[in-house]
Design a protein around this ligand. Structure first.
Ligand code: TA6
Length: 304
């Protein structure tokens, strides 16, 4: 069911219609970029600045069904990250990405990005979620599609008890070949290495490179990161505020093959660099408390 509080008509360059799998999707097509966001999970599933190759990666095998996560794009992980801490029956990465969000506002945004389209959606966690979570939060997600992609996830505790939450904008980025990619900006940060039993290490000064499955949660990492893509000759910069965790992931060969919604041959074309607050950086929201997580993604061509 399409839930919107929208005034009519939508601004020029914006259409709302069934997307893949018949799921309602807002499509943006302006001079600055093309983009798309599904109401299922408030899930950004595309962004391509004019003149650039697509920046947001999508699996060709993704499901587009209620109750199933979309593979690729920008999943919103909330209120836990990874497996549920105590109940294996709960969905990994929480229920926000499986929920039907309400489309609240769509407008042309003549802010710092110039010609952009701002889309705002919301989700109340006590609105009959099938997932047992004893807290009442209001989530608001704003995606601004322009020459840059600006994302903001605001979480308000509208209940009467404190709540501990983990959150991530689990962004999948398109790259030319992961074997030629470097990720800069995390030197000196401590990370949990899921490929080494969850042990903790300190990132050395060298950029992160990929030669196998890589699954790292950088903690206390509040700064910007850059994906240096030699194959596509571009740099993707991810600036952020309100985030102290950065997650870096590529499934590589075996894990890609093990995921039914991930093509066996897709792993070289993507990398996740996620803007998050997870593990030690989880948030504690008092009743009435609010937190804002922001990411700003921009692309620069590098000289040949
Ligand atoms: O963010 C990295 C990660 O936690 C990996 O461990 C892997 O599980 C990935 O998320 C994808 O999770 P998903 O539940 O979307 O398959």
């Amino acid at each position: 069911m399409l839930t919107t509080n929208l005034p009519n008509p939508l601004p020029p360059g914006v259409t709302l219609r069934p997307g893949r799998g018949g799921l309602d999707c807002l499509f943006v097509d302006t001079e600055a970029c093309t983009g798309e966001i599904h109401l299922h999970g408030a899930h950004v599933t595309g962004w391509q600045p004019r003149g650039s190759a697509p920046v947001v990666w999508m699996s060709g095998r993704s499901a587009f069904e209620p109750g199933k996560p979309i593979r690729g794009g920008i999943p919103i992980c909330f209120p836990w990250f990874g497996p549920h801490p105590s109940d294996p029956a709960q969905p990994p990465h929480g229920f926000a990405r499986l929920s039907a969000w309400t489309l609240d506002r769509v407008g042309r945004d003549d802010g710092p990005q110039g010609d952009a389209v701002a889309v705002t959606l919301s989700l109340r966690t006590d609105a009959g979620q099938p997932h047992a979570w004893p807290h009442r939060c209001l989530l608001t997600f704003k995606a601004t599609f322009g020459r840059e992609l600006a994302l903001e996830l605001a979480v308000s505790n509208v209940g009467d008890t404190p709540c501990i939450v983990q959150e991530a904008l689990h962004t999948y980025f398109s790259v030319g070949d992961i074997r030629q990619v470097a990720v800069e900006g995390l030197a000196g940060a401590t990370f949990v290495d899921k490929m080494r039993g969850g042990e903790r290490f300190v990132q050395d000064a060298a950029p992160i490179r990929f030669a196998g499955e890589t699954d790292r949660v950088y903690l206390g990492a509040a700064g910007a990161t850059t994906i240096v893509d030699a194959a596509l000759r571009r740099r993707i910069e991810i600036a952020k505020t309100g985030s102290r965790s950065t997650v870096v992931w590529n499934p590589w060969i075996a894990k890609a093959r093990a995921m039914p919604d991930f093509g066996d041959d897709e792993w070289p074309s993507m990398v996740c660099v996620e803007t998050a607050n997870v593990l030690d950086d989880a948030l504690t929201l008092p009743p009435g408390g609010e937190h804002r997580l922001q990411a700003l993604i921009r692309v620069d061509a590098t000289p040949a």
